[in-house]
Design a binder for this molecule. Structure first.
Ligand code: CP3
Length: 371
């Protein structure tokens, strides 16, 4: 089937759970598990530029494996070390990672008639060529993993990528974004559609290279009103879920589980369950028991959702948060439908031993007979 001849998977818990099967314990990984809170991350990165590391398959695969090695036996998935902003880069935009500040676009899209918009819309982007380094990193990582755990591929959601492309970086005001959606809705939708098509092809090529499950990060979904979410996020998330499986089939590839993470869009949980994804990621604003009710009997798995901030707290607080999740997601009765994660990426300055304690508590409290 695969052209790569990878080692057989020894721990397929994450994949079985993501397909909605009953499992022996909930699988677990955390968003941003390879990153700045790990001392070995800084060592391996050795002062190099962030995107330079993403473009070097040897470095990217080393960084991807770091949490798998440190937390061996505790976590059940790896996620390729990369960034959501590689798609805007592939579309011809310059993106830099500024130390302690985050991503920066020197020339963001400021209006539909500034010339750059027309250029971005006109350009035929070949993601197979432009993002070749990501596929190489994925294939190399699969080889180095030797079947220990499955590997996630990912992309940014069209809405979140659009926000970055027009704001030029992180923002609290979303001035440019709101100007676009309320002044230029048609041009906004045309760009969102273009990004969506690139996302499908990019994800398919990640699967071809060896990704065994994919996640779409809509980190800024919560900036939209419920009505605008329906217009500017939902249709494009649905587009990806609808078009990826047939594209994989066309390429002679097996389907993979698909995860969507519409961060902050708590009002859209019900709609998110009908987007066509196998798994819906939850941030920590959701009450676990309420989400179980909202999902109802739909075949949707949820992923999350401990407040990442608890990792700055005491061990007693970590135990309490884990206990609340185990109870709220009704683990001991259901034995399915839940992938353990934080409600967003792990933050810098967390002590990795406290994350390890979180993992150990999840194992202890979800063991059969632990209730
Ligand atoms: O371990 C993993 O989860 C894999 C790697 C990964 C990174 N970025 C590495 C990274 C993933 C999945 C991402 C996705 C990503 N990138 C998102 C979606 C997830 C989320 O957090 O909402 C977003 C919004 C981005 C854009 C981005 N990249 C920002 C806002 C920043 C700076 C702020 C921050 O949290 O560091 C980055 C940089 C980035 N991406 C780092 C890492 C390890 C830090 C780079 C460094 O300073 O060394």
């Amino acid at each position: 089937m695969s052209e790569h001849n990878f080692a057989p998977l020894q721990n397929d818990l994450l994949l079985r759970a993501a397909w909605g099967q009953t499992v022996e314990r909930p699988p677990m990984w955390v968003m941003r598990q390879a990153g700045r809170y790990l001392p070995e991350y800084h060592e391996a990165k050795a002062g190099r530029d962030f995107f330079e590391c993403c473009r070097d398959p040897e470095v990217a695969s080393t960084l991807t494996l770091q949490p798998i090695e440190r937390f061996a036996g505790l976590i059940d998935g790896a996620i390729i070390f990369s960034d959501i902003l590689v798609i805007p880069q592939a579309m011809g935009m310059v993106v830099e990672m500024v130390d302690k500040k985050g991503p920066h676009f020197p020339n963001p899209l400021r209006s539909p008639d500034d010339g750059q918009y027309a250029e971005v819309m006109r350009r035929d982007v070949d993601v197979s060529k432009e993002l070749d380094y990501v596929y190489k990193a994925i294939t190399m990582t699969r080889k180095k993993l030797q079947g220990r755990v499955p590997l996630f591929g990912f992309c940014g959601a069209p809405w979140t990528l659009f926000c970055y492309m027009v704001e030029g970086g992180g923002t609290k005001m979303f001035k440019e974004t709101k100007t676009w959606i309320y002044k230029y809705p048609e041009e906004t939708k045309a760009l969102l559609q273009k990004i969506s098509e690139l996302c499908v092809e990019y994800l398919a090529l990640q699967v071809k290279a060896g990704a065994q499950i994919i996640q779409v990060f809509d980190s800024w979904a919560g900036e939209l009103s419920p009505a605008s979410f329906k217009t500017f996020s939902q249709p494009y998330l649905a587009y990806i879920a609808k078009h990826l499986p047939p594209r994989l089939k066309e390429m002679g590839l097996e389907p993979v589980p698909m995860v969507v993470f519409p961060k902050g869009a708590w009002y859209a949980l019900d709609a998110a369950c009908d987007l066509g994804y196998n798994v819906v990621g939850l941030d920590w604003l959701h009450d676990p028991a309420e989400t179980v009710k909202t999902v109802g009997d739909r075949p949707v798995v949820v992923q999350g959702n401990a407040d990442p901030g608890v990792l700055y707290g005491s061990h007693a607080s970590i135990t309490e948060v884990v206990t609340n999740m185990v109870k709220g997601f009704d683990w001991h009765n259901r034995k399915k439908g839940w992938i353990v994660n934080l409600g967003h990426g792990i933050t810098p300055f967390v002590n990795p031993d406290d994350l390890k304690f979180f993992f150990q508590e999840v194992h202890r409290l979800t063991k059969t007979g632990a209730q």
